[in-house]
Design a protein. Structure first.
Length: 169
């Protein structure tokens, strides 16, 4: 019941209850039980309890590199590429029935950071077709499967397939 203030400088990572910003994470429920995932860097029991994972990282924002505490949207398969929530992302148009979104409602941007990169950067929906080939250039099977016409709506699948393909090598 006691509240404490923590400076962002004091945080290296944290697990928090989900907020309204956790759209992609909720969309990835089909992946299965978090306690069975293989990522020794994270506490899978906490992720299995539906907590979300944040970490301190470097991000390029408006041509400056800043330190940010960002939500990792793919924490259980982030060894090769990390996808971070963009808290200011706009959404694509959506269609709903009885209060349930059946199409659209996707964020129009995320921050991404591949292993070995010094800082993450913003990936925007409007640039995805061009960026796809750069992001996944080291995954020939993925380029062969989706490279001709990658869809923004398939981004989470692309990241998942990339992570599993790269882990298999």
């Amino acid at each position: 019941g006691n509240k404490i203030k923590i400076s962002p400088k004091e945080i290296s990572y944290m697990y928090l209850p989900p907020s309204g910003l956790q759209k992609l994470g909720n969309a990835l429920d089909y992946v299965g039980n978090a306690t069975q995932w293989e990522n020794s860097d994270l506490d899978t029991e906490l992720l299995g309890e539906k907590l979300v994972y944040f970490e301190k990282t470097q991000m390029k924002v408006n041509n400056k590199t800043v330190t940010a505490v960002a939500q990792v949207l793919n924490p259980t398969y982030c060894k090769q590429i990390r996808v971070y929530a963009d808290p200011y992302a706009k959404e694509t148009a959506s269609v709903g029935v009885a209060g349930v979104t059946v199409a659209g409602g996707l964020d129009k941007s995320y921050y991404i950071k591949k292993t070995g990169e010094a800082a993450g950067y913003k990936l925007k929906k409007k640039n995805y077709s061009e960026e796809f080939k750069v992001i996944f250039s080291d995954a020939p099977q993925l380029l062969k499967e989706f490279g001709d016409d990658p869809k923004w709506s398939g981004f989470e699948t692309h990241v998942w397939k990339y992570a599993t393909e790269m882990d298999a090598e």
